[in-house]
Design a protein around this ligand. Structure first.
Ligand code: FES
Length: 107
């Protein structure tokens, strides 16, 4: 796991973009109080998802409004149809760590 930032760097309801060993990752503090890590680029066009809106456990792309489930990376609405990688997150002593091994099997 790689230490990315502290929990205080990401207030609830916000996302920050971080370069993690050369991969741009959005660290999201969702409304369920959990932290999530998702690849910081929409699968529709090259738009930073970290600049979008958090709604529940989804992150909405500001350009065309596709929402991505932060737990799976799956888009929940068009125009995006391809999932975005999501990464395991752990919090220890106020520090946020992620693994750059994406989670889950996706078809
Ligand atoms: S660029 Fe994200 S939905 Fe179109």
């Amino acid at each position: 796991m790689i230490r990315v930032c502290t929990t205080e760097d990401v207030p609830k309801g916000t996302a920050v973009s971080a370069d993690v060993d050369g991969t741009q990752i959005a660290i999201v503090h969702a409304e369920d109080d959990n932290f999530y890590a998702i690849y910081d680029e929409c699968s529709h066009e090259q738009i930073a998802l970290s600049e979008g809106e958090i709604d529940g456990c989804t992150l909405e792309c500001w350009l065309h409004g596709s929402r991505f489930d932060l737990r799976t990376g799956e888009p929940t609405g068009l125009p995006a149809t391809v999932p975005v990688p999501v990464y395991p997150v752990e919090v220890h002593d106020g520090d946020i760590y992620i693994s750059l091994e994406p989670m889950g099997e996706r078809q």
